[in-house]
Design a protein around this ligand. Structure first.
Ligand code: PAF
Length: 284
């Protein structure tokens, strides 16, 4: 596996692979890789002949009071994991390579509606940063397919809308969330949790599952389900950001008759913000 830092080197390597008739997959990441990321690379290796992963901690998607400076950077360990998972090329641009004209004057790609509310409401500008960097990575690598985790459910919806609305010839594949044995969704930010917070963290998924089970059993009172869920999270020690039942494709608030639903939650344990979701279909 080669590691390249410049767009020129990335393009040359991808062009070589393409000239050999290879199908290209891209797995964009911010590094500090765990088995959720390597599952994306494994899927990419099954679906394409040449797998490109990127590691770039994108300043444009972090708010002023967020963890950009402390976000874990673990390149050597990440390279080893990518190699084992079947990655062929790793792209690790610097901030200057990604934003050579500075970030203040950078053209911004904004996806309306699906990027509003939920994480977009709590993290203003976050999805503009994501859709801009993902657009740039797509233009740089020009993959046939790109793989994202379903753990960032809203991000996946934003990327799907971006590709649809801008006619990008890229197939987006969402891969199921990888969880620890106790149900906690794997996340680079889990490393911030203290031992006691780590023991509490799986409650977020337990609450989503309780709501999901009730919906599947025919419960239609979303407000009551959400109120019970919020109380359970707060009793466990979380500071709630949001807990919502939405239509899975549009992310608009769900009505009792909607069938394709997603329950989404974001909550803080101390300073660490955890997100998770449960996608469910009420169609028999
Ligand atoms: O999910 C992430 O790690 C990031 O948001 C992404 C998609 C790599 C864009 O920076």
């Amino acid at each position: 596996m080669n590691t390249v830092k410049t767009v020129r080197e990335l393009r040359a390597a991808v062009a070589r692979a393409r000239s050999e008739g290879k199908r290209i997959a891209l797995v964009p990441t911010m590094g500090n890789l765990h088995s959720g990321h390597t599952a994306l690379v494994t899927k990419a290796a099954q679906r394409a002949d040449f797998v490109v992963a990127s590691i770039f901690v994108n300043p444009l998607q972090f708010g002023p009071n967020e963890d950009l400076a402390t976000y874990p950077r673990t390149l050597a360990a990440d390279q080893e994991k990518l190699l084992q998972a079947g990655c062929h090329l790793l792209f690790t641009p610097t901030v200057e390579e990604m934003y050579p004209h500075g970030m203040a004057d950078q053209t911004i790609v904004r996806v309306p509606v699906v990027s509003e509310g939920l994480c977009g409401g709590s993290r203003p500008g976050h999805f503009d940063g994501v859709s801009t960097v993902v657009s740039k990575l797509f233009n740089m690598a020009q993959p046939d397919i790109a793989i994202f985790g379903q753990k960032d459910f809203q991000q996946l919806a934003v990327v799907n809308a971006l590709v649809r609305d801008l006619n990008m010839p890229i197939q987006i594949i969402g891969e199921p969330t990888v969880r620890a044995a106790d149900g906690l969704a794997l996340s680079s930010r889990n490393g911030y949790l203290t031992e006691a917070q780590r023991a509490t963290a799986p409650t977020l998924y337990r609450v989503l599952k309780q709501i999901g089970d009730a919906l599947l059993a025919g419960e239609q009172d979303h407000e009551r389900l959400l109120a019970d869920g919020k109380k359970a999270l707060e009793d466990a020690g979380f500071r709630l950001d949001y807990l919502e039942i939405r239509q899975a494709v549009t992310l608009r608030p769900a009505a009792a008759e909607d069938q394709d639903l997603v329950v989404l939650g974001a909550a803080f344990l101390g300073k660490t913000r955890l997100i998770d979701n449960l996608h469910l279909s009420k169609v028999p």
